[in-house]
Design a protein around this ligand. Structure first.
Ligand SMILES: [Zn+2]
Length: 159
């Protein structure tokens, strides 16, 4: 999937010597980023906010979004950009074709929208609110990273 080059802001010009081509996109103004349904070497694709912080005091966790494979590429583009713009949590990741093949997940891919502190209810709710604005109005679950590490299915919140 192609997006506008962030280095030259789509102009294709090198910011140091504008007479030369941008070295990030080679002058095309666009860069290729991996899509969940075609990524075949990594199990996950991750996006980080600019002030990315993996874990906070109470331990990190994530809202889980299960998305059909027909919609996952477009949905990930939205979540990815909103994560980079810091409207969501600390980071987000999506399962890929490779993960899908290995785990035999039926039709759904999963997006994890992380927050740094699962006990910070205000922050967890803020991210849930933003996900509603992005169209995730049905009930979704929040799981702590500790539960994932211990292989437990339990959800901390369901909203
Ligand atoms: Zn460029």
């Amino acid at each position: 999937m192609k997006i506008s080059c962030g280095m030259c802001e789509g102009t294709g010009k090198y910011w140091v010597l504008p007479s030369e081509k941008c070295r990030s996109c080679d002058g095309s103004g666009e860069v290729e980023i991996p899509s969940p349904t075609t990524e075949n070497s990594e199990f996950w694709i991750q996006a980080n906010g600019k002030s990315y912080k993996r874990s906070g005091e109470g331990g990190s966790g994530k809202w889980l979004l299960f998305v059909n494979k027909n919609e996952i590429d477009d949905t990930w583009m939205k979540i990815r950009q909103d994560t980079i713009d810091e409207n969501l949590g600390s980071s987000s990741k999506v399962s890929t074709k490779r993960g899908w093949l290995n785990h035999g997940m039926p039709e759904d891919y999963v997006i994890c929208v992380h927050t740094p502190n699962c006990k910070d209810r205000e922050d967890v709710d803020r991210v849930r609110h933003r996900l509603r604005e992005l169209g995730f109005t049905g009930q979704i679950g929040y799981k702590t990273d500790e539960a994932t590490a211990r292989n437990l299915d339990e959800l901390l919140y369901k909203e």
